[in-house]
Design a protein around this ligand. Sequence first.
Ligand code: SF4
Length: 706
Amino acid sequence: THASMKADQTTTATCGYCATGCGLRLHVRDGQAVGLTPETQYPVNLGMACPKGWEALEVLDADDRATSPLLRAGKGQPQERVDWDTALKTFVSRFKAIQEQHGDHSVAFLSTGQIPCEEMAYLGALAKFGMGMLHGDGNTRQCMATAVTAYKESFGFDAPPYTYDDFEQSDCLVFVGSNPCIGHPIMWERVLRNQNDPEIIVLDPRRTETAMAATQHLQLQPKSDLEVLYAITQVIIENGWIDRDFIEAHTNGFEALAKHVQPYTPEQVAQRSGLSVHTLRRAAESIAHAKAASLWWTMGVNQSYQGTRTAQAIINLALITGNIGRPGTGANSITGQCNAMGSRLWSNTTNLLGHHRFESAEDRNRVASILGIDSQRIPDQPSWSYDRIIEGIKNDEIKGLWVIATNPAHSWIDQDQCRELLDQLDFLVVQDMYHSTETAVQADLVLPAAGWGEKEGTFINSERRYGLLKKVRKAPGEALADFQIFRAVAQYWGVPEMFEKWDAPEAVFQTMQELSAGRPNDLTGIDGYRQLDQCGGIQWPWSRDDAKRHRTPEQQRRLFADGKFLHQDGKARLIVERPSPMPEAPCEDYPFLLLSGRGTVSQWHTQTRTGKSLVLGKLYPQNPYVEIHPHDAKQIGIANGDGVTVISRRGKVDVLAMVTPTVQSGQVFMPMHYEVTNRLTLSHFDPHSRQPSFKDCAVAIVPRVS
Ligand code: SF4
């Protein structure tokens, strides 16, 4: 980027796309970033970056950056530029009017995993303690809710146990519904540095890039993953390949687990999963006989109607084989967005700030006293989940919505219905870097926000590492950091005194430290942003006691090395459930199963940012496409590159056919980065986590008549 301009200083910041959390060295001239290179000293990426990271500065100069507030005078009217004073007065008066007419809880917010922890905490506190909202959730509901629920129930806390060193130290790595070659390329680079000649087992219905690199690809039928994991568990138990001492000392529920998995013999599961008995037994043997097996999962598991129990089947496997707390082991959920974990801990949505509980008077009092507010201001119940908020619009319970740094009109399931509902709102406020997102164009009010590189704060990556975000350029036009927007809203709402001490992101960080004291996510040992900068980020927990002891914060740390889990009795739970049938299985009218997911290393989510880079655009087809097996293409009478229409019960979309054997016959795949994909998907959810099940949707495919 702007390589011809010579930098006069450099500084390191955490990347703002994915949860790998790479360190990027920013080259700055006269206070403005003029280029970047991957940071060789950062413990996460060791000098590597993916194309999105390399292009991180380029997308900040896009023509459609929101540079001033935009306001619609009335429904059907165009959005017009207004000044901040008008924007904020209108926002506050419209939301207050809705609350007066329909009750305090009739306005809600939807936030993100893309803004720093400090901004999340500010938004959550302002909305709930200042503005009287009860409901607000994050787009992390779409990616991490399942892992959170699974960890909480199994371990007693949302606590991913691993460090990235485990990629290098394992001698058997199992990836379930996960394609790190594409989704987390720098993590995959860490796998490639593994010197143990590891067994790499991939459970995925598609022959993904990772599956091609694996030593064992279990190309199972979609959503037979729970049965397959139970079959592997059954083989391990039947053969006595368990760590009995660990099970007895550190878990509850083994007898019930053993009884539950008894019927899931490889012979029973072979037909449903499409895997041979030998394949299932071989995978079980590899996991059981590894010195250090690690199990990793992402959206293939999380975005499923039985995701929580599937994640827990993975956790069970790690626990019964004693593969946790040691180098190279773990039941490891890989996070999606750069600050998905920050959203889990600090967004004040379904958990009270820092994984306190809204329902607990003791927790409310603790949070209130640290924040210096009246505890009566803290609601005694958590927010509705994202899907319930959307349903609330349908039921006329939610009339005003504040959307921050997310794009539901593209990314939410059953997109047409979502857009109709957003249109039904009395007042939709969208706070974003770009005024052209599918959601921003529907907004009554657009608030222009600064982006990555234009503000400060902390992100938490997948291995629980707090990393620093730096301000290395000025935001365009009148765009403000989300932090400043929240402060201004507090001012105009009339509650500035509630947040007086939060005058800068680091002041919020100090409050977060106080809130974390003595808890599993303790941060009290971190000596401010300065130390985060010096250490290349610090993994939680890092308490005052940790800091006093001889260990150093730079040291990579995994959880549960002492076998102590975070339930009151210190034991992990082994949790099982009967697999349930797919909500929308293929049928005569809709004979194909649509899978969706990441299609490329070069695009991110709804392409709001990455779509602005010419370089990234060249690495990815501009036209939406559907991957279809050669056999099915022949049956339908289509060739590679032909136009096809994909039809579900919710909508139909025109795309190009990409004929490829990487999908199985009867299944098709569409990348989620294209706007059209979620016009097809089905509103169905994991009952425990309320995460949408993006990966079961029956479709028909017909040649397009042009
Ligand atoms: Fe950024 Fe993720 Fe790419 Fe690293 S792997 S450079 S964190 S997008």
